[in-house]
Each structure stands twice: as C-alpha cells, then as structure tokens.
Design a protein around this ligand. Structure first.
Ligand SMILES: NC(=O)C1=CN([C@@H]2O[C@H](COP(=O)(O)OP(=O)(O)OC[C@H]3O[C@@H](n4cnc5c(N)ncnc54)[C@H](OP(=O)(O)O)[C@@H]3O)[C@@H](O)[C@H]2O)C=CC1
Ligand SMILES: O=C(O)C1=N[C@H](C(=O)O)C[C@H](O)C1
Length: 245
C-alpha cells in the first residue's frame, strides 16, 4: 500500500483526488490537508499530491522534499526559476523525487504532444485556453507548456517568425507572448478547462481541441504519478514522461 497525503484536499480537484486515492486498492489516504490545517499532518505519507495555489505550492514542496516525501504536483505557476529551486532541494535530498505536471488529463497530454508534432508544418500557431472564472492564474499552466513545446519544435525546425503585421490596437488584444507563441485566456462561467491550438499554413488550418468535462478526469493521471514517482529519479516535468507516447 502506498501511503498518500493530499494538500488542497477540500479544493475542486483535491476532493476528487481524495476519492480516487481512497478507491485505489494499492493506496491508503493517510492525510487530507487544506488551508488552516497543520502541514505536519502529512508526516507518515510516502507521496503527497498537491493541488493548492501557485502562491503556496513552493513552501509545500520544500516541506515535503525536506521530509523525504515524494510530491506529485498539479498546482500551476511553475517557471524556470521555480523549477530550478525544486531541483536544488532535490539535490539536497537525493532519495526524494518530484513529479510536476501542468495537466494530468491523458487527453490533454496527447493534445500537447500532437501540437508539438504538428508545429513544424505550419507558418502560424496560436493558443486559446478557456477556463472557469475562479481560476487563479492566466494563462493556464497547460497553455504555457503547450506554447513552450511549440516554440521548441519551431526553433528545432528553423522556422521563420510567424507572420503578423499588427502595429496598432488595444494593449492585450494579441494575447500573451510565450516564446513567440501568442496565448489568449478566456474566463467564462459554465466552463471547466478547455484549450484550442490553432495552426495555420498555406490555404488550410488545423485545430486541436481538448475539453475537460469533469475534474475526476485528472485522477487517473494523478494515480499514475503516485504509483510511479518513487521510481523516477529527481524532477520530472510533465506526465508524458510516464506514458509510452
Ligand atoms: N495539473 C492539473 O492537471 C490541474 C491543475 N490544476 C491546478 O491546481 C490548482 C488548484 O486548482 P483547484 O482545485 O481548481 O483550486 P481550489 O481553489 O478549488 O483548491 C485549492 C485548495 O487548496 C487550499 N489551500 C490553499 N492554500 C493552502 C495551503 N497552504 N495548504 C493546504 N491547502 C491550501 C484552498 O483553500 P482556500 O480555498 O481556503 O484558499 C483550496 O481548498 C491550481 O493551480 C490549478 O491551476 C487544476 C486542475 C488540473
Ligand atoms: O485551474 C484549472 O482548472 C486547471 N488548471 C490547469 C492549468 O492551469 O493548465 C490544468 C487544467 O487546465 C485545469
């Protein structure tokens, strides 16, 4: 039995993660911790799943790693500086590993993978992410990661800058620039989590769309991470590394 703790246990995703861990035959939910609870309650867990908030996740990770607990992290807001800090903590505690995934949905991981594969065949690529209005961050971690993957694929292929003759207009109208890829964030009541990757070329376009219908959709990926994190040394970023893509 894997002893699992959950941070953000009363949150939208945390609730689903607790249910999934409790239903898994090879796991035991030993601690469910949320805002105002004592993090020391996680002592005794082998793996901790974190779905909290970008403002608190770094403190949580430092605590878990320094206590020899392997974190599986869904919380977003990671940039290179944050990832470097996590790598530094893991170097000090080399028996501890960490998985950070901007999206634990299997279909979302495939969407990112397909976008990366397609990127080099098109002149233009833009991303539209659409989420519920209670989301803390913009753009989404998924959109930011997708843009990075597209930018990497374009650079590797020696692609020219994307055509864009815009010189005037309202600030923000062209979205955020992530490595040269424009990312547009929609926040709309009724939505959960969705993304379109728009690719355009000579006389044709390709749209890759992903839709999350409920938050239980993240749990098979989270359980996979919990099962595998102890075997994958150091820091792993992205669930794709645990899938045979
Ligand atoms: N990687 C993935 O597949 C996915 C990632 N996410 C990301 O996960 C994060 C959480 O999303 P979501 O569940 O919608 O958010 P919620 O706000 O619904 O849940 C977060 C929970 O964490 C609690 N919390 C805040 N600070 C702490 C703390 N220091 N210790 C313990 N608990 C704390 C919050 O309490 P309170 O409300 O009182 O502050 C809340 O109950 C976001 O960054 C989101 O982008 C979401 C979906 C999928
Ligand atoms: O906050 C959310 O809801 C989600 N956050 C993650 C992100 O920022 O990419 C994953 C998914 O989009 C849902």
């Amino acid at each position: 039995m894997i002893r699992v703790g959950v941070l953000g246990a009363r949150g939208r995703v945390g609730v689903e993660v607790c249910k999934a861990v409790e239903a898994a035959a090879d796991m035991e939910l030993v601690a469910a911790v949320d805002q105002g609870d004592d993090i020391e309650g996680l002592t005794g867990a082998e793996v901790v799943v974190d779905f909290t908030h970008p403002d608190v996740v770094m403190k949580n990770l430092e605590w878990c790693i320094s206590h020899g607990i392997h974190p599986v992290v869904g919380t977003t807001g990671f940039d290179e500086e944050r990832l470097a800090a996590v790598r530094g903590w893991l170097e000090r505690f080399p028996a501890t590993n960490c998985l950070i995934a901007p999206n634990f949905g299997i279909a979302a991981v495939l969407m990112m993978h397909f976008a990366q594969q397609a990127a080099r065949f098109f002149e233009s690529a833009e991303i539209v992410e659409l989420h519920h209005p209670n989301k803390a961050d913009a753009p989404s971690g998924t959109a930011r990661r997708t843009a990075e993957l597209i930018a990497e694929a374009r650079a590797k292929a020696g692609a020219a800058p994307m055509p864009d003759a815009t010189t005037t207009g309202l600030d923000g109208a062209r979205g955020a620039d992530v490595g040269g890829v424009r990312v547009h964030a929609v926040r709309l009541a009724g939505l959960i989590a969705h993304q379109e990757v728009l690719l355009g070329g000579d006389g044709e376009t390709l749209t890759i769309r992903h839709d999350t219908m409920n938050r239980a959709a993240f749990t098979p990926g989270v359980l996979l991470g919990v099962r595998r994190v102890r075997e994958v040394p150091g820091l792993t970023v992205g669930l794709e590394h645990l899938l045979d893509l």
